[in-house]
Ligand binder design. Structure first.
Ligand code: AMP
Ligand code: MG
Length: 524
């Protein structure tokens, strides 16, 4: 087993890189694009208390694992740019990108409920912020670019496995319409690193609207640097909410927006069955985007106390806990802002969380069920539904696709009527009664529901087969196939499915028994 990992699949991929870069046109086009990236680097202006300036460590023969053309568009790069050796050199850190000013950010945070004063980018580097042609700003960050002064003795690298997991996770959440960081590419590097066993290393090229976390504020607060808490706050307002720069209560509005976005994000996670797995305050961005994918997972059969994180023995970050943890984390952010805003103001604001979350979540569930009348009967229907899902261990994702078809002919692969018993029958009756109140046809309801309930999600067995191929055979085709499939998880796309050899029904099936409830270790 270990021998297979140690027998590097490298050489096959050197061949690929050579093949991809074989034409002169390709090389010059991509190099021009890399050089044309319009770096702005606002964060560096905050000064050295906020980061360590450091260039990425060089790597040997970087090779491309996967490149997301849809993420590339965000920084005005073309799909073919990923195949270029110039891209690999620039984004693995081997050649500097003109205009980039790489730095490792300082932050701390609460991990599993306890404060950890020593965090920071131990292996990540913010290359800078890029302004695209639409004048949107995107952080470019390399995860796994070598140890920084925050590395605490760790190697500064990321495993190929965790990089592929983050790549697929973030592109999948984007496909679901959930705010998230993006993954431009995974670049493999010729280096063996050691986790529980030897592992291949890689660099993830991450794009994000921000890398500022709740923990960034906590760092300055707990080190008594109140001036820097304020400078960071002003920085966030100026760069992310310029519309409120002139407001006298801009700090309060900033907090309100962070709270709202966090509540909305978690409502969306709950609705789609996404479990982040490590909701530490250093993994929560101030713009409410899904951030730092580790041992995340999607709900298979409905088990509310499920956590995909193997280390989370008490289920702190389980599915059923996420909304409450969001609240807890916002309280930690609030504590860091007390000296600037006062306890009373912040208390008033944090109290808005629960009603806001409930409102967002209710709206999300209404859309999932194709219902717009969200009254007490709706509430009762939803409560009964969750009881049913739990009692009969139904597949969370496929249940909603079944409902959209109901009362038409259910797809045999995902027909919960085989296992849901009489109670499901009685629930379906109530559901149809509420659906009738809406005054829309079944066809219309199905259309609406199929736009919000995915047919395809990133199930454990699907990730596992992509990882097995990648790690054992150096075959990245399944990573690509999953990324393509999940960029639009709501629809079958026959032409694209044919091109990428995607078997529509295979990817939509319930998770096989052996993969149910699977957990991943933080270090994997
Ligand atoms: P994460 O679990 O990725 O959110 O990381 C938690 C903290 O550990 C952050 O400060 C990371 O920068 C740091 N860290 C994780 N893995 C490594 C590594 N291999 N080398 C250096 N720092 C790391
Ligand atoms: Mg983190």
């Amino acid at each position: 087993m270990e021998k297979r990992i140690l027998t590097p699949p490298f050489f096959i991929h050197i061949a690929d890189v050579i093949f991809f870069t074989g034409t002169q046109t390709n090389i010059s086009a991509a190099l021009t694009d890399c050089r044309n990236l319009n770096f702005r680097n606002r964060f560096i202006e905050l000064g050295p208390e906020f980061y360590q300036a450091k260039t990425p460590d060089p790597v040997t023969d970087p090779y491309l694992v996967d490149f997301s053309a849809s993420a590339a568009q965000l920084i005005d790069m073309a799909p073919e740019d990923g195949r270029d050796k110039g891209f690999l050199d620039h984004f693995s850190g081997n050649s500097p990108l003109e205009g980039a000013q790489p730095l490792a950010m300082a932050y701390s945070g609460h991990q599993f409920g306890s404060y950890n004063p020593r965090l920071g980018d131990g292996r990540g580097l913010l290359l800078g912020e890029i302004q695209n042609k639409k004048e949107e700003m995107w952080d470019i960050h390399l995860k796994g670019a070598g140890p920084t002064r925050f590395a605490r003795g760790f190697d500064g690298r990321a495993t190929l496995q965790s990089s592929i997991r983050e790549h697929l996770g973030s592109e999948a959440l984007n496909g679901l319409g959930i705010p998230t960081t993006r993954s431009l590419a995974v670049i493999g590097i010729r280096e063996l690193i050691y986790r529980e066993k030897p592992a291949l290393a890689a660099i993830l090229v991450r794009l994000a609207d921000t890398h500022i976390r709740f923990g960034s504020f906590e760092f300055f607060h707990y080190t008594g640097q109140s001036k820097n808490v304020q400078r960071l706050l002003e920085f966030c307002i100026q760069n992310y909410y310029p519309d409120i720069v002139q407001e006298t209560d801009r700090y309060r509005i900033f907090f309100q927006r962070t709270l709202q976005r966090t509540a909305k994000l978690i409502a969306k996670w709950q609705a789609v069955g996404f479990i982040h797995g490590v909701m530490n305050t250093d993994n929560m961005t101030i713009t409410g985007t899904t951030f730092d994918y580790g041992p995340y997972g999607f709900m298979d059969r409905f088990v509310p106390h499920h956590t995909p994180n193997h280390s989370d023995t008490h289920g702190r970050y389980a599915y059923s806990q996420q909304s409450e943890i969001g609240f807890w984390n916002l309280n930690k952010l609030a504590e860091a802002l007390v000296p600037l805003m006062g306890t009373e103001n912040l208390q008033e604001e944090v109290q808005q969380y629960q009603p806001l979350f409930n409102r967002f979540y209710r709206e999300e569930m209404g859309k999932k069920l194709g219902l717009a009348i969200l009254d007490s009967e709706f509430t009762q229907l939803v409560q009964r539904m969750f009881q049913l899902l739990q009692d009969y261990q139904l597949d969370y994702t496929n249940f909603f696709r079944f409902l959209a078809d109901y009362p038409g002919t259910p797809q045999p692969a995902n027909n919960p009527q085989n296992s849901g018993g009489d109670e499901l029958g009685s629930w379906l009756k109530q559901y149809l009664e509420l659906a009738r109140r809406e005054g829309i046809s079944h066809e219309e309801r199905k259309l609406q529901m199929d736009c919000v309930n995915p047919k395809y999600i990133l199930r454990n067995h699907l990730i596992q087969s992509a990882l097995d191929k990648a790690l054992k055979e150096s075959d990245f085709s399944e990573v690509k196939r999953l990324r393509i499939l999940l960029e639009n998880p709501f629809q079958e796309r026959p032409k694209i499915f044919e091109e990428y050899e995607i078997d529509s029904e295979y990817y939509a099936q319930d998770t096989p028994e052996t993969f149910l409830g699977q957990q991943t270790s933080c270090s994997a």
